[in-house]
Ligand binder design. Structure first.
Ligand code: KG4
Ligand code: ZN
Length: 348
């Protein structure tokens, strides 16, 4: 097993939060096979992820998903060149399930192992191909990357693969969390981002004037707690409301979040003099955000890279993309590797 070995196919595992996912990814950025399962129904009654339940359910599901990926793709262990797994950041117990599984497989089948940063995975999700007929994205670097999910809202300047500079991040809540908390107040279930998105289509985005926090020129950090409070106060003041008002609330609240995200992206593009942008993470599935980004592209203000909807939220394919490149570069982790729940802010 030398570092010069060619890595054509890796098996990847993602279990950092409440999605269990296993995938096979090639050096041609193709997702040969992927099986994922979320735990939304399990955590919905609590209105948030319960770490112990997340970890327990990963344990119950991961081997079935692994078996599904191998059976469906008819790939044998001999064909797999390495194993990639999300090792940081995330919920400790959840990460532990993926990392222990990956280490056991690496040991049993004598495959090189590599731990992958979850955020680095998200930043590369747009460059994967679900279909072999899709074109390979060449030289995407440098780009401005906005990672926007239930746990993160961070802006990076990605000079090249492995070289990341944090430009800004949320000082309190993540954008996805702001969607989820507002949806919960409106009785839209958990997680609520996609429901707010759907309701907003029928609503008037100018019906309510929600704040756009930290939106002064050039500021690259985010803050969503003030918007969340304003949303809660508005809902409380309105009392009993019908579906039409809920739709207006969703459209107006969503517009505030989308405005902030688009504005910050533009600040970041200006600051870095880079018009190539990647927007990724669960919230990048938002239809209004995607429309505004495509609008920027149509106006030739940006070249936009978005993951396909299937790869916006947590998935193993993005971990495979990064893992394969790290292995190609000769990087390896030892079987003593452990999960790392938290990271220093600037570390990626
Ligand atoms: O990336 P992800 O699956 O997990 C984390 O790492 O957090 O992101 C989940 C988040 C949730 O907050 C969910 O409400 C949000 O992404 N989300 C959306 C949409 N789809 C998922 N937010 C707004 N609009 C959507 N269409
Ligand atoms: Zn994520």
């Amino acid at each position: 097993m030398t570092s010069k070995k060619q890595f054509k196919l890796v098996l990847a595992i993602e279990t950092s939060c409440d999605d269990t996912s296993v995938a096979l990814v090639t050096d041609q950025d193709h997702v040969v096979s992927m099986e994922s399962q979320n735990q939304d129904d399990i955590h919905a009654p609590f209105g948030g992820v319960i770490p112990e339940l997340a970890c327990r359910n990963h344990t119950m599901r991961i081997l079935r998903l692994l078996d599904g990926v191998l059976t469906r793709s008819q790939v044998s262990w001999e064909e797999i060149d390495g194993i990639a797994v999300t090792s940081k950041p995330g919920l400790l117990g959840s990460l532990l399930v993926g990392v222990s599984t990956a280490k056991s497989l690496a040991l049993a089948f004598q495959k090189p192992l590599i731990g992958v940063n979850h955020l680095e995975g998200h930043l590369h999700a747009p460059f994967l191909r679900l279909d072999l007929n899709d074109p390979i994205e060449s030289k995407p670097y440098p780009f401005v990357g906005l990672c926007v999910s239930g746990g993160h809202t961070s802006l990076y300047y990605v000079q090249k693969f492995g070289q990341y500079r944090l430009l800004g991040r949320t000082l309190d809540d993540a954008a996805g969390e702001a969607f989820d908390k507002f949806g919960k107040l409106l009785g839209l279930g958990y997680p609520a981002g996609h429901v707010v998105d759907r309701m907003a289509i029928k609503g008037n985005k100018k019906a309510f004037n929600f704040p756009r926090p930290l939106n002064k020129s050039g500021e690259l950090n985010f803050s969503f707690s003030g918007l969340k409070t304003s949303g809660a106060q508005t809902v409380k003041k309105l009392g009993e409301i019908g579906e039409g008002v809920v739709a207006d609330l969703c459209a107006s609240y969503q517009e505030a979040i989308v405005d902030v995200l688009i504005e910050k992206l533009q600040f970041a593009m200006k600051k870095t003099k880079c018009s190539r942008v990647v927007v990724t993470g669960g919230v990048s599935a938002n239809s209004r955000l995607r429309a505004e980004l495509l609008n920027l592209q149509a106006q030739k203000k940006a070249q936009v890279f978005l993951p396909p909807l299937k790869l916006c939220s947590d998935n193993a394919a993005m971990i495979g993309y990064v893992g394969l490149r790290l292995l190609q570069a000769g990087k390896r982790d030892k079987l003593t590797m452990g999960p790392q729940a938290y990271m220093k802010v600037a570390e990626l």
